[in-house]
Write a protein that binds this ligand. Structure first.
Ligand SMILES: [Zn+2]
Length: 111
């Protein structure tokens, strides 16, 4: 991976004031590798394993997650985990394929 999760987390914190505590938990989720799936989801939607029990559903287009933290208006760790995961993949792919990030976003159903 060309860009590190910590560099992306720092970017999220600076750009849109993402909560540092939720960001560090989001990094843990992404680092677990078996915690984020989209094989059975519509484009832009993800299943994220709970750090306690079960799964949550994140919809990047609706900016939503099914967890209680998100229901109370916060940008939860699951949404942050999906953002980190997607950004890391898009940026690595952009670098390798030499395609613009915007084109990759379209190809993957994010734009
Ligand atoms: Zn959530």
């Amino acid at each position: 991976m060309i860009i590190t999760l910590r560099a992306l987390a720092a970017e999220a914190e600076t750009k849109w004031h993402a909560d540092p505590d939720r960001l560090s938990k989001a990094i843990q989720i992404v680092e677990q590798k078996t915690s984020i799936y989209n094989q059975h989801c519509a484009p832009g939607e993800w299943d994220v394993r709970s750090q306690h029990n079960g799964w949550y559903h994140v919809d990047t287009k609706a900016h939503s997650c099914t967890c209680t933290d998100s229901q109370t208006g916060h940008v939860c760790k699951h949404r942050l985990a999906v953002w980190l995961h997607v950004q890391a993949n898009i940026r690595s792919y952009a670098e390798v394929s030499r395609k613009p990030e915007s084109q990759i976003m379209r190809e993957l159903g994010y734009a």
